[in-house]
Structure formats: structure tokens, C-alpha cells
Design a protein around this ligand. Structure first.
Ligand code: 4AD
Ligand code: MG
Length: 465
């Protein structure tokens, strides 16, 4: 007999037909009952709701029933019936029950309900079995799907950029080295330095912090591309918004200027949020009820309102005029901290904000210089509760200007010669941005710690699972 997913039993029971036999498989969330009957809440991960299994104790072995505890895995064959009780429309009247796997109540860590998200992080191997993390994982999938469908509908091509790279041109943060050298017995050059010529690639390489530079090569050939993959930053920032390994979506589009870039970013992010509202309401409602009473409202607000656009300089003026005592002092030229970004978004505008035209000193070398010679055509999208969710820019397409910037910042030409060549041969105006996938997930799940929106978070001193 073919397995019926619980989502289908609950949502499409009319198609299955009340009174028909079905086969369901899943994990026990709870078992309760009396001397005559047991009610088993079964969950198979297809939906946050459980399917109620009603087991008439006369029909089943005492020993078998004893094995059915929270966390155990079952195969149930039974009749789909209208539920007598409250809380569910249908239930299954069990005919046969097979226990696939038991879960000793003495040692199963998820025996009780209502564990804190902090505790669940410590059992990341079992965390997917909880309702909350099931919602997160389904939303994560939905957002990945939405991202691909959005760019596909725009005619942008999904491009895979390398994870192992020899260039640190982005300057986005410390990198993780990749080597096959024996760290306890490093080969040395006559000068006493590590002899990388004996390493796997014959030179030092690391894990990428961004696929952008390679993405630009694609955009300047295919018109529009996007990357979507893992990125790695070894910065020791133990914050609720930073991971050492996170996923980034980086569209790069030929002929787009900074305004096109902002329009794309806003349209894209609204599409993703709208997608969740239209397709994942069960999960959103659960998270809204359990964790964040304003989640759905906040998501609808973002979809239905224009983002505010202003320059960095205007933002500095607003922050200065606010008279708020920030931990980090506000003055023109500072890299905005999360507290500043959140003040603008949550207190001042009460809307998502796109900031542009940042001082060149705090942004990457490839950003297009404005005529003032002081600011670059950067853009950061700032979101409520999160701060920066997207960072991007129009790119410097002028060979001489870009080369000058590379020299000013002492970026070794051997690292970026191939990148500079795009400006030598058929250069074109172009723009792009990077969306932190987990930051988007923070927004659509209402979670406040980034460790709770990725299955296996990588943070300083944490790589157990
Ligand atoms: O602003 P960032 O550093 O921009 C870039 O890497 C550009 N190359 C993007 C581009 O123009 N193609 O990073 C982009 C986004 C940030 O806005 C943030 O959402 C996310 O990536 N991000 C992180 N997310 C989690 N953990 C970290 N350590 C992150 N660092 C950046
Ligand atoms: Mg940034």
C-alpha cells in the first residue's frame, strides 16, 4: 500500500475519501488516552500539524503499545475518518501498527515539549524533529525555491562560482585557509616561510567570502546571472547575525545602474516574502503564535510598502539629529553599526531602508566612484530586527579608475588581473548585490538568532554536528 503523506491526509482528505484505508508513517509527538483507547499524534515532517491516530486497545498488544512513546517511529495502516474530537477534521482509526524505531523515554531528549531554542541548538542532530525547526527547514526550502523561480522568471542564469579561491580581493573578512600540507611538519622555503609550492594548488588558497568577482565574469557574457551558494568568513564576530559559513545569493546584471539594482533588490525580496505568505502560511502561523506575534504583520508590511531610499550622508544627519546615545559614536565616515541601522529602520522610518553612496573608505574596491570622489555607488538594504540584509553596488567599469583603486589599496595585481581584464575587453556598466540567505530566513521566521535558521550553524568554537 502506497504511503500517504500527512499533509495530504489533512489537507486533501476529500480526494482520498473519508472511509478509505491509508498507510501513514511518521514520528510520535505525543501519546495519551485511557484504558480503552490511545490517541497518538503522528508527524511526518510534511506539515507542522500532526495526524491523530486512534488505537483501540483491544486490537493491539500491550507490549506493542508500550513501545509507542514520544519520538518513536511508526507505520500505521487504518481508516481515514472524520474526527470526533476537537482540534482536527480527520483522524485515522488504526488497524495495524508497526514500530519502526523506539525512543527510550528515559533518554530521548525531546521527551517534553517547550524546550528553549538555546537548548535545541545543543542537540542540532535531533532539532529537526521539533515543530519549530520543522517550520524553519520547510521555510528554508521554500525560500531557496522562490529565489530560483524569481531569477529564472527574469531570465537570469544560475551560475556556480568556486568555493576554493586564490584571491582575497573582496576584503570582506578573514578567510579560512585550505591546505593539504602537514601542519605539524610544514615545508619551508630557504627564507623560512611556508613553501606553498608544495601545497595542493601550488599556492595559498582559501574558502571564498563571495562569488561576486567570478559572477561578474558571467554577467558580462550572459547579461544576467545569479549565484547561490555557501560563503565563508573567519571573522570572530559572535553575534546573533553572523555565521562563519552562510549562504549568499548574488545576482549580477549587465547594463543595470544603481537605481536598477535597488529596484531589483526590492522586487526580489518582496517576491520571496510574498511567496512565503502565499505558500507557507501553516508554518508562518505556527511561528507567529509561538515565537513572534508580529511576524506575519511585519511580512505583509514589507510586501505592501515601498522601501525608503536615502544616502549615507542623509542617514548620518538623521542619526546625529536624533540625540540618541549610541554605543558607537556617529560621525561621517563611520561604518554604520547594527544599532544605527536599526534606529533608522525601526524608530525613524519604520520601514525597510536602502542606503546608498557610502564613503569609499568603508566599501570594497570595485564599487563605482561618484563624481564627488569621496563616495561610491554602494547600496545596503536594511530590515527591521535584522539590520543589513543585502549589500551591493554599481561596479566600477572604467579600467583606469579601477586599476587606480586596486593600487591605492595595495591589492596584489596577481590576484585580480583576470578581473581587471573584464574592464579591458568590452567593459559595460553593471551592478549586483548579495543577499544573506540566513538573514532573509531570520526575517521570514521571526527568529532572533541566526543559529536557529540553518541546520548546522558554524560559529567560532562550534562545529560539532
Ligand atoms: O555586504 P556583503 O559583505 O557583500 C558582499 O559580499 C558582496 N560581494 C555582495 C555583492 O555585491 N555581490 O555581504 C552580503 C550579505 C550581507 O548583506 C548579509 O546579509 C550577508 O551577506 N552576510 C552574512 N550573513 C551571515 N553571516 C555573516 N558573517 C555574513 N556576512 C555577510
Ligand atoms: Mg555589507
Amino acid at each position: 500500500m502506497e504511503r500517504t503523506k500527512i499533509i495530504d491526509a489533512i489537507k486533501h482528505y476529500e480526494q482520498i475519501g473519508i472511509g478509505n484505508k491509508i498507510s501513514v508513517k511518521g514520528w510520535v509527538r505525543t501519546k495519551r488516552g485511557n484504558n480503552a483507547v490511545a490517541f497518538i499524534a503522528l508527524n511526518d515532517g510534511s506539515i507542522v500539524s500532526n495526524l491523530q491516530i486512534v488505537a483501540d486497545l483491544e486490537k493491539f498488544d500491550v507490549a506493542l503499545m508500550k513501545q509507542i512513546t514520544t519520538g518513536s517511529c511508526l507505520h500505521v495502516i487504518g481508516t481515514l475518518v472524520e474526527s470526533q474530537g476537537k482540534g482536527q477534521v480527520v483522524e485515522v482509526q488504526a488497524d495495524e501498527i508497526q514500530v519502526y524505531g523506539t525512543a527510550d523515554p528515559e533518554s530521548y531528549p525531546l521527551q517534553k515539549k517547550g524546550h528553549s531554542v538555546e537548548f535545541l541548538r545543543e542537540i542540532a542532530h535531533l532539532r529537526p524533529r521539533t515543530n519549530f525547526f520543522g517550520c524553519v527547514l520547510r521555510l528554508r526550502h521554500a525560500m531557496a525555491f522562490a529565489i530560483h523561480s524569481y531569477f529564472n522568471s527574469k531570465g537570469y542564469f544560475y551560475m556556480n562560482t568556486p568555493l576554493i579561491t586564490a584571491s582575497d580581493a573582496e576584503g570582506a573578512g578573514a578567510m579560512f585557509n585550505v591546505t593539504t600540507l602537514d601542519l605539524n611538519n610544514l615545508p619551508k622555503t630557504p627564507e623560512g616561510k611556508v613553501d606553498y609550492s608544495q601545497d595542493f594548488f601550488g599556492k595559498p588558497v582559501s574558502l571564498t567570502v563571495s562569488g561576486q568577482l567570478e559572477g561578474e565574469l558571467g554577467a558580462l557574457a550572459l547579461g544576467g546571472i545569479y549565484t547561490f551558494g555557501p560563503t565563508f568568513r573567519a571573522e570572530n564576530s559572535n553575534t546573533p547575525r553572523h555565521l562563519a559559513e552562510f549562504w549568499m545569493v548574488e545576482p549580477e546584471v549587465a547594463f543595470n545602474d544603481i537605481t536598477d539594482n535597488m529596484n531589483l533588490a526590492e522586487d526580489f525580496i518582496k517576491f520571496c516574502v510574498r511567496y512565503a505568505l502565499e505558500n507557507n502560511m501553516d508554518d508562518l502561523q505556527f511561528l507567529n503564535d509561538m515565537f513572534d506575534k508580529e511576524l506575519i504583520e511585519r511580512m505583509k508590511f514589507v510586501v505592501n510598502n515601498d522601501f525608503v531610499r536615502l544616502t549615507y550622508t542623509e542617514a548620518i544627519d538623521i542619526l546625529t539629529a536624533s540625540k540618541v546615545k549610541f554605543e558607537y559614536k556617529v560621525e561621517w565616515g563611520i561604518d554604520l553599526q547594527s544599532e544605527h541601522e536599526r534606529y533608522l529602520v525601526e524608530q525613524h522610518f519604520k520601514k525597510p531602508v536602502i542606503l546608498t553612496d557610502y564613503p569609499k573608505e568603508i566599501k570594497a574596491f570595485y564599487m563605482k566612484m561618484n563624481d564627488d570622489g569621496k563616495t561610491v555607488r554602494a547600496m545596503d538594504v536594511l530590515f527591521p530586527k535584522i539590520g543589513e540584509i543585502i549589500g551591493g553596488s554599481e561596479r566600477e567599469e572604467n579600467y583606469d579608475k579601477l586599476k587606480k583603486r586596486v593600487e591605492e589599496l595595495h591589492i596584489p595585481e596577481k590576484d585580480v588581473w583576470w578581473y581587471l581584464e573584464t574592464r579591458k575587453f568590452g567593459s559595460a556598466p553593471h551592478s549586483g548585490f548579495g543577499l544573506g540567505f540566513e538573514r532573509l530566513l531570520l526575517f521570514v521566521t521571526g527568529m532572533s538568532n541566526i543559529r536557529d535558521v540553518i541546520p548546522f550553524p558554524r560559529t567560532p568554537l562550534n562545529a560539532e554536528f
